[in-house]
Design a binder for this molecule. Structure first.
Ligand SMILES: [Zn+2]
Length: 437
């Protein structure tokens, strides 16, 4: 089994891995690197050529992929795992495979890019095993994360089984979907796992990552205690469907009408609603286009802000996100003294996000807003969750990914504590490198 680290082995983002077994190759994930998109401010990735995006470090360099690509497997719908599908898909004569929500997001991404593709698309249920060549089958194991229908992927072959856990958390009380299929992971451990490729985004955090239920409770309390005479805005990830469910339910309990705003909100939430993954309260409304957002904000101001709860993107302070535009008074919606803003997300800590968020918070405060933070739990496994996964799978080899060198090294340290040896069965690889297991 030859594993090629295509992207995500030097950074958080642009995940892509190729697994070659005999002459056949399986590609896992095709992601973009979001902070690089923000650095190149004027870049519209739908209008930028693949080669240029590779040069900018936004998408992986897939020229290192070898073998006859027989399948493109997608683990979940986050852009750092499928945002580059539109750039690569037509190059490969192979099906796109993932859970229904994931492949639907991938298809929409390709369409938004104006791309054409003739690849078959297979939507598989969690737990399903799909034979992709006479020798290779792919198993989509149910896992929890911060977007619905995430899977841990197992690649089965006569040369052994490879498990790809990127991304995941262990949440025994998920708001949407069921908990990770521990029984199957343990079974795989007993059958024998040749190699584990595993994310490292929060491996340095001590303990286990708390359940999404915790964020739900914090949100319910914060919304219930909000000033009934003032406006209330909550910002979170538009793809975090469980969180959005909790926010809209908190609004319902507090007697406020939830209004969800923005194009990405429309994309992720609208699709989740259509696919019956999410059930919004009956009085909830979703507005995507800037014109419709502007219109509804006007009527909310007229009608009385205190009757509503606005759910918007912009928790990272991204310049073109809705909360930033509201803070910049772009929609004729003025933040008033005592209006409350709940940040239901932590920033991804890079200097640009820190700076953007500082500017956003300062503007909101200057307008008199009261800010509330901490209504959030991570979607990524912490140190002890990683320990648990290693114990369940007992892989012969581990390859940490989805992190910079510090994160990969931190994982290596954890694995060392459990008896693994660096450069023997802990393999640290950089983008473009190959490793045989
Ligand atoms: Zn993810």
């Amino acid at each position: 089994m030859e594993i090629t680290a295509v992207g995500g082995y030097e950074e958080v983002g642009r995940n892509m891995t190729a697994v070659k077994i005999g002459g056949d190759t399986i590609i896992i994930d095709m992601g973009i690197r979001l902070d690089r998109v923000l650095v190149h401010e004027d870049t519209d990735i739908t209008k930028t050529k693949k080669e240029e995006l590779v040069r900018m470090g936004v998408i992986p360099d897939d020229s290192v992929v070898r073998g006859n690509v027989r399948a493109i497997a997608l683990t979940h719908g986050h852009l750092d795992h499928l945002g580059a599908v539109s750039k690569f898909v037509s190059k490969y004569n192979a099906p796109l495979i993932g859970t229904p929500y994931t492949v639907e997001l991938a298809k929409r991404g390709i369409r938004a890019d104006g791309g054409r593709y003739t690849n078959p698309v297979y939507a598989v249920e969690e737990g399903e095993i799909l034979q992709v060549t006479p020798e290779i089958s792919l198993e989509f194991i149910r896992a929890t994360h911060s977007i619905p229908q995430t899977v841990i992927l197992a690649v089965h072959s006569p040369h052994g089984t490879l498990v790809y856990a990127n991304d995941f958390k262990f949440d025994d009380s998920p708001i949407i979907g069921e908990k990770t299929d521990y029984t199957r992971l343990k079974e795989l451990g007993r059958e024998g796992v040749k190699c584990l490729i595993v994310e490292t985004v929060r491996v340095s955090e001590e303990g286990r990552t708390p359940s999404e239920k915790i964020a739900q409770k914090i949100l319910e309390d914060s919304v219930a205690r909000s000033d009934p005479e003032k406006g209330l805005i909550v910002t979170t990830f538009s793809s975090h469907i469980a969180r959005i469910s909790s926010i809209t339910n908190a609004a319902r309990i507090a007697g406020r009408t939830p209004i969800l705003l923005g194009r990405s909100m429309e994309k992720f939430v609208g699709l989740a609603e259509n696919m019956k993954i999410l059930e919004l309260p009956e009085d909830a409304h979703l507005y995507g286009s800037p014109e419709s957002v502007k219109k509804i904000l006007h009527s909310i101001v007229r009608d009385g802000k205190e009757k509503y709860l606005l759910v918007v993107t912009g928790h990272q302070g991204e310049p073109d996100a809705l909360l930033t535009k509201i803070a910049n008074k772009k929609f004729g919606y003025v933040i008033e003294k005592g209006e409350e803003v709940i940040f239901s997300a932590d920033i991804i800590p890079n200097p640009m996000n820190v700076a953007n968020r500082y500017v956003l918070e300062t503007k909101l405060k200057l307008q008199g807003a009261r800010l509330f933070k901490g209504a959030h739990v991570s979607g990524h496994a912490s140190r002890e969750d990683h320990h648990d996964l290693l114990r369940m799978l007992q892989p012969e080899n581990v390859i940490p990914c989805h992190g910079d060198l510090a994160m990969l090294s931190s994982y290596a340290e954890l694995a060392e504590n459990l008896g693994y040896e660096l450069n023997k069965n802990i393999r640290l690889v950089r983008n473009g490198q190959r490793v045989a297991v």
